[in-house]
Design a protein around this ligand. Structure first.
Ligand code: FAD
Length: 582
């Protein structure tokens, strides 16, 4: 059941309290309440996702954020590596969390990345050969709603058709699709890859996007996992509940650890009220507030780096210096081209009547381009070793990409509005192996005041080298015969060719793919160089686990919702005690 107000809450004690009804939180809630004897409360600061058209309609996903009631509306601090620029930093603030606000691209990461995770955590259970079993209960592959023949667009034998989250291929309606696919036949550097999910170990090459959607509707952790579990009497989800801190209980100190089993929260709709409420967990609190919310709540609770807490006069209850450190994100560069004709979506997107007609068509029968994701094709590549000479290869192995290429049939620049005239092709490139590290740090004891967020993008030489070479790679891609009669010219200083000029173009225009991670990173049980243990318990603490993207020791070199869904599935087994981490 989903409650909207504290007055509806009947019990104040639950076996588990999950903080954040997002990507990971709702997987854990669903799996734990499969046992009718286990009671779970989920506290979510945001609002409901029900009936919100931009959330439901796949193509409207980019309008769910920024600067909306469904977004935390964060802004990052000025970035030295990006010419001192700052920009919005979207995070979903509604049921489903970021899965209700994201661009729905679904992959599982490379075998090398999972091997690296197993190595860092000392838990062989993170090897891909083991993790991939969770696809069966996670994924429900569905035919695209236009009913087109999908032969050659994915490998059915790799996928599951019986899990929770609907995954689908694009509807064949973007005019650039054949040009992208033809390029893979014309340029050997960019081979076609028949299945871009990574289930078979690698997604290097170019191919069709798999998205979390079904029949013209977004698939989120709310529309899938929560929809399955919401009627269970042992699950209570409360929205509008802003967790303000965890309180040390010390009631069941195991091995001398401090226990945190009390959650304090406030009415999220009233930031100025000083009224606070408390609930208790019999077993564990599970923090799933995401890579920004999780370190913020830990720091507010006195779990963090003394250097961050002491200036705010927060008593240091657990000295955990890595809380809010080690932040990683994928920098994203929208490379834009002027193109011929009216086949791009731009003329529809700048005409309110045409756009409204398309939305009405979607509302009536879930067809048209609004029923599809914004992206149909993408690709992944590595730099030649010679381009990395003198630098350490930051990838986790030869099957892992350094950069991504995303093809959009319109002006897709999250921070710059569509110009009043012109047709555009956007070839976004993203750095997938960032070595720069940032921070999340509270600046107030008031939970309603956003923390200082510093992804510290492009702080290292290898990061800028890979971004530079991704620009060169995308230019080679667009030089294929497939684009000759379509692309007119690079937009703005995408025309740069010298290293220094490309670098300055990169620093001027790079933004985020919205993938902050690793701010409460998992390391082996004996390591102090992290925040959580392989069983998701917080080091030095009893009664508290973290399950969200913040625990990844490093950012996966792909779109992260898929890896996180699998991590959350395995975390649920670990919490239930079905699976051991040794
Ligand atoms: C615009 C956008 C586009 C993206 N596109 C893609 C994509 O195409 N493919 C992909 O794989 N990934 C994409 N991502 C990233 C991906 O969705 C996220 O990395 C992932 O879903 C994060 O999951 P999480 O469980 O860590 O956090 P979230 O899903 O963010 O869940 C955290 C939840 O905790 C709640 N919360 C936070 N603080 C508190 C508090 N104090 N009290 C109570 N509740 C709280 C939040 O409101 C939220 O519901 C995108 C993200 C964004 C924002």
């Amino acid at each position: 059941v989903t409650l909207t107000d504290i007055s509806q809450l009947k019990e104040l004690t639950y076996d588990y309290i999950i903080i954040g009804a997002g990507n990971a939180g709702l997987v854990i809630a669903d799996r734990l309440t499969e046992n009718a004897n286990t009671s779970v409360l989920v506290l979510e600061a945001g609002v409901s996702d029900q009936g919100v058209i931009p959330v439901m309609a796949p193509f409207l996903g980019p309008s769910v954020t920024p600067n909306t009631p469904y977004d935390w509306n964060y802004t990052i601090i000025p970035q030295p590596g990006l010419d001192g620029r700052t920009f919005p930093y979207p995070r979903g603030r509604l049921l489903g969390g970021c899965t209700s606000a994201n661009y729905m691209i679904h992959q599982y990461g490379s075998t090398d990345d999972w091997a690296e995770m197993a190595k860092i955590t000392g838990d062989p259970g993170w090897q891909w050969n083991n993790v991939k079993q969770y696809i069966k209960r996670h994924e429900k592959f569905v035919a695209p709603s236009d009913g087109h023949n999908t032969t050659g667009q994915f490998i059915p034998s790799l996928h599951s058709f019986t899990g929770e989250l609907p995954i689908s291929l694009p509807i064949n309606n973007q005019t650039i699709d054949p040009r992208v696919i033809n390029t893979t036949q014309q340029l050997p550097e960019f081979p076609f890859n028949e299945d871009m999910s990574g289930v078979d170990g690698s997604y290097l090459g170019v191919g069709w996007v798999q998205s979390s959607m079904d029949a013209g509707l977004r698939g989120s952790s709310s529309s899938s996992y929560l929809a399955t579990s919401n009627d269970r009497p042992n699950l209570t989800v409360m929205i509008n509940a802003m967790v303000t801190k965890l309180i040390q209980t010390n009631s069941t100190p195991a091995q001398g650890l401090k226990a945190f089993r009390t959650v304090q929260f406030a009415d999220a709709r009233n930031a100025t009220s000083t009224t606070r409420f408390q609930v208790q967990a019999n077993k564990d609190i599970i923090l799933s507030a995401g890579s920004i919310g999780t370190p913020q709540i830990l720091q507010l609770s006195g779990i963090g780096d003394p250097a961050d807490l002491t200036p705010l006069k927060i008593p240091v209850l657990v000295d955990s210096p890595l809380v809010g450190k080690n932040m990683m994100d994928h920098p994203l560069l929208p490379n834009i081209w002027n193109v011929n004709g009216n086949d791009s979506f731009d003329h529809i997107l700048r005409n309110a009547n045409l756009l409204q007609a398309a939305i009405s068509q979607w509302a009536t029968n879930k067809t048209g381009f609004i029923a599809n994701n914004v992206i149909n094709n993408f690709g992944f590549g590595r730099l030649n070793a010679s381009l990395l000479s003198g630098l350490t290869d930051p990838s986790s192995g030869p099957d892992s990409p350094h950069f991504e290429m995303i093809f959009a049939n319109f002006w897709l620049n999250p921070n710059v509005a569509l110009p009043p005239t012109g047709s555009y092709l956007t070839t976004l490139t993203a750095l997938l192996t960032p070595t720069s590290r940032g921070t999340v740090k509270i600046q107030s004891t008031d939970a309603f005041i956003a923390p200082l967020i510093n992804p510290n993008m492009l702080d290292t030489e290898v990061d800028i080298v890979i971004m530079r070479e991704s620009v060169r790679a995308i230019k080679r891609f667009i030089s294929a015969p497939a684009w000759k009669d379509y692309v007119i010219s690079p937009f703005g200083n995408l025309s740069a060719t010298a290293d220094a000029d490309i670098d300055s173009y990169v620093r001027q225009h790079t933004t985020t793919v919205f993938h902050p991670s690793s701010t409460a990173s998992m390391t082996s049980e004996t390591s102090t160089n992290g925040v959580v243990n392989p069983d998701f318990t917080v080091k030095g603490v009893d009664g508290l686990r973290i399950v969200d993207l913040s625990v990844f020791p490093f950012i996966p070199s792909c779109h992260p919702q898929g890896p996180l869904y699998l991590v959350a599935e395995r975390a649920a087994d670990i919490i239930k005690g079905i699976v051991s981490t040794r």
